[in-house]
Design a protein around this ligand. Structure first.
Ligand SMILES: [Zn+2]
Ligand SMILES: [Zn+2]
Length: 267
């Protein structure tokens, strides 16, 4: 089965390594006999201060991909990771109209107008309150937009608090998680299995097994694999473990996207 990493950042994302050029990913893919690449750089508008709010230059990026496509037999696909903010949704709609993306991830990177990366949220809220606020934001997101294909790194809030035990009690959050997953499924959308949790020293990927199982039981079928690579060496990181986890959660297929259309591949 040909696997495609559906969550990859290049240096068109401001938080990615300078070494993360498209050429470097192609080189990496060639070395490892990877036949397709999907690039999903960040577009995060209306985030708290300190984060770059400019759009990647898609004209330049598309030109570059088209030029490179003539020099390699690796298939190059263009995706995007949109950072959710209600005020940004009209701009995202416009962007999706202008740029022919193959695939769209929508992710929550800030909660209550505080960036999770900088840990501010945790200074005013308890661990449970912060996690609740995160899931509420995800719920608000899936209630207000369908301009996406999958929701990014569901449950990744646990990456950022300075708690001894960062894990969460699935049963405590089950009602809101059920609501989120049901809306995603009803809209014909999906989630991703994002392997980056392991690289952040967490015990699991995002989302964790209980949530994955719940998604499948509720009827969820669309699931992509993503490493959230910010450097070429992270391409398809821990994909073998991810495939095992998908099987463990009872999935029979993994999903890939092209021109926003899903294909299902037997595991
Ligand atoms: Zn993200
Ligand atoms: Zn990402």
């Amino acid at each position: 089965m040909s696997l495609i990493d559906h969550h990859v950042h290049t240096c068109f994302s401001t938080d990615a390594s300078k070494e993360a050029t498209i050429e470097a990913y192609i080189e990496q893919a060639n070395k490892r006999n990877i036949r397709q690449l999907m690039f999903t750089d960040h577009v995060d508008l209306h985030t708290p201060k300190g984060i770059d709010e400019s759009l990647p230059d898609y004209q330049a990026l598309s030109r570059k991909l088209n030029t490179l496509a003539t020099t390699t037999d690796i298939e190059l696909r263009l995706g995007v990771e949109l950072g959710y903010h209600e005020k940004a949704l009209p701009i995202y709609k416009q962007l999706i109209h202008q740029v022919q993306f193959d695939f769209i991830i929508m992710s929550v990177h800030s909660v209550l107008d505080q960036d999770l990366y900088h840990g501010e949220l945790f200074s005013s809220l308890s661990q449970t309150e912060a996690y609740e606020a995160y899931f509420k934001t995800v719920l608000q997101m899936v209630k207000t937009t369908t301009d996406y294909d999958v929701i990014g790194h569901l449950d990744y809030i646990i990456r950022y608090g300075h708690f001894k035990d960062k894990d969460y009690d699935f049963n405590h959050f089950k009602p809101i998680i059920d609501e989120i997953l049901s809306i995603i499924i009803k809209a014909g959308k999906g989630i991703e299995l994002n392997t980056s949790g392991l690289r952040y020293g967490l015990k699991h990927m995002h989302p964790k097994l209980e949530l994955l199982k719940r998604y499948r039981i509720l009827g969820g079928k669309v699931i992509t694999l993503g490493s959230d690579a910010h450097h070429p060496r992270e391409l398809q990181a821990d994909f073998e473990k991810a495939l095992k986890l998908l099987k463990q959660a009872g999935f029979s297929h993994v999903t890939t996207f092209k021109n926003r259309q899903p294909s299902f591949h037997l595991l």
